[in-house]
Design a protein around this ligand. Structure first.
Ligand code: NAD
Length: 527
């Protein structure tokens, strides 16, 4: 049994919430687990979450959310009203005044409670991810586990935020302490609905801040569920608040004077706009953006290592990962592995997320159409389709789902969408090249800097690659070189805007600000 810590912050009232909003039961109490939306599926309510209460929005504007495996509506997301956005921010602002005073030991205790509750609810969270986002259940479990690892890292808060002090002269001391930054606003993408929220929530709790989070409108549920679980862990009212919507919500979170810092993870257009807007409004901002990720294969590669790397790099989470492999450069005789790659890719099965398969559908009908367009564009411009995943048969009531099988292109080049754009689906293209140096040059000229990998047994070549490549996360025989929770997500170039990265030690710096205290006791006589 968890010892619940009810902190005495309950004086924060619901008075700021638009009057007509009343608390509703948690939609997650009755939501069936591990089931796709079939004919009998009952739509559930996407709640707004303010002051530790699930609320039904007053909005007149609601967006439909579909189960990607069946194309059936599962819930609708409100465009939070102005009054609701205002209430959420005010609740966070009120709670901050109290929460910043809570001792670090108590906050640490809350994070430990939260970790335990997250672990207990791993399957529930993963189930919701699959239903709303579509990915394979095993990928959804990995999504949750990686998030929990960030929560575990957040327990290093004491070490990471401790101050420094120095006696600069007899009776004079200089001390620098780190204080919480205030209310933060966070804008989330669709592809890792739990992990990316946990890039912030546990750090918010650990550092004594409060937050208003906007989940992606494509998979909104995990926001309110993660907030509900935080409340269960004893996190006081107003610390974690969830609002919904599109542009109007993002605009409010980027500009409201009560918000001190903004985090965004998502695509380039929205991310760059958020960065410009929020910095203009004097907020601390960090923004993780899109990508174009390349993998280089040297001829001496171990075949099985390469094939395993390709499967996880291009197809895990249906290729909808900001570190997914888009382009595979085969240097010289590394092209002899093409038949093996074809065979391996052909063997992959796309299936509904709750069924046994290698990956699930893509997130929306529009994403599916975009991938078809990208393949057609490549074909029309002369690329070879080595494995064509279009229109796979997925029987059993999933005929209307957004499925595309593993797809392999060869001979993609600049001017083709497959070469130029981030793919974000279970597709990648092969390019045959002559030298490693030339390939490094091509990759360095690409504007993005999320991820790159080299596959080889040659340590000297790998070392040279690491030194010369200008990308923030580099894999050696590892195709998804995501920074671990303890180190942070170190993307660069056009994949990141800001100075302090997501999770890892930078997160503590981002959510706190230094204060210098110079103390002098000179001139006071002893008595
Ligand atoms: P997206 O940019 O479409 O949406 C992200 C968020 O921005 C959502 O909450 C959305 O509502 C909001 N948004 C979208 N358009 C907006 C607009 N015009 N104005 C204001 N807000 C807007 O991204 P997505 O499709 O959810 O996610 C996929 C993208 O995110 C990919 O490019 C991927 O590489 C990137 N991503 C990057 C990382 C990373 O860590 N670098 C991680 C995950 C995803």
């Amino acid at each position: 049994m968890l010892a619940r810590k009810t902190l005495r912050l309950n004086s924060v009232q619901l008075k700021t919430i638009a009057r007509s909003l009343s608390s509703v039961p948690s939609p997650f109490a009755t939501l069936p687990e591990k089931q796709h939306a079939t004919e009998q599926f009952k739509e559930y309510l996407t709640t707004t979450y303010i002051n530790n209460s699930h609320l039904k929005s007053d909005s007149k504007e609601w967006f439909k959310v579909y189960d990607p495996a069946t194309n059936k509506v599962i819930t609708q997301v409100p465009q939070s009203t102005d009054a609701e956005l205002d209430s959420a921010i005010q609740a966070a602002a009120d709670a901050f005044e109290l929460f910043k005073e809570v001792s670090i030991i108590k906050r640490l205790d809350l994070v430990f409670n939260y970790i335990e509750i997250l672990k207990k609810n791993k399957e529930k969270l993963a189930s919701l991810i699959v239903l709303e986002q579509g990915k394979a259940y095993s990928d959804a479990i990995a999504d949750v586990i990686r998030g929990i690892q960030c929560a575990e890292h957040a327990t290093t808060v004491v070490k990471e935020t401790e101050g420094v002090s120095l006696e600069i002269s007899n009776g004079i001391e200089s001390k620098v302490i780190r204080e919480p930054i205030g209310v933060t606003g966070s804008i989330m993408p669709f592809n890792f609905p739990v992990m990316i929220m946990l890039w912030t929530i546990p750090y918010i709790i650990a550092t004594g801040n409060t937050t208003v989070i906007k989940p992606s409108e494509l998979c909104p549920g995990s926001g309110a569920l993660l907030a509900e679980l935080a409340a269960e862990a004893g996190v006081p009212k107003g610390v974690i608040n969830i609002v919904h919507g599109k542009h109007a919500t993002v605009e409010k979170l980027s500009t409201d004077p009560r918000i001190s810092a903004v985090t965004f993870v998502g695509g380039n257009n929205a991310g760059k706009a958020v960065y410009a807007n929020a910095t203009k409004h004097h907020k601390r901002v960090k923004v993780n953006l899109g990508a174009k990720n390349h993998v280089v294969v040297l001829p001496d590669v171990e075949k099985d290592v390469l094939l395993k790397g390709i499967v996880s790099g291009a197809f895990s989470s249906t290729g909808q990962v900001c570190l997914s492999t888009d382009v595979l450069f085969l240097v010289k005789e590394a092209n002899r592995f093409i038949p093996d790659i074809i065979e391996r890719v052909k063997a992959l099965k796309v299936r509904p997320g709750f069924e046994d398969g290698d990956f699930g559908p893509v997130v929306t009908k529009e994403s599916l159409q975009r991938l078809h367009d990208i393949i057609e564009d490549a074909e029309a411009k002369g690329a070879e389709i080595l494995v064509d995943g279009r229109n796979p048969e997925v029987p059993g009531g999933y005929e209307n789902g957004y499925f595309i099988g593993a797809t392999l292109l060869k001979g993609i080049r600049p001017g083709m969408r497959a070469y130029d754009e981030e793919l974000f689906g279970p597709i990648f293209g092969i390019v045959e090249v002559e030298t490693l140096d030339h390939t490094i040059d091509i990759i360095n000229k690409n504007p993005f800097g999320n991820s790159v990998a080299i596959f080889t047994r040659d340590g000297v070549a790998a070392n040279k690659f690491v030194k010369k490549i200008n990308i923030g996360q580099v894999g050696i025989n590892s195709s998804i070189p995501i920074g671990i929770a303890q180190h942070g997500f170190t993307s660069n170039k056009a994949s990141f805007l800001g100075d302090l990265h997501f999770y890892g030690p930078s997160a503590f710096k981002f959510f706190t600000q230094p204060k210098t205290v110079i103390t002098s006791w000179r001139g006071y006589s002893e008595n």
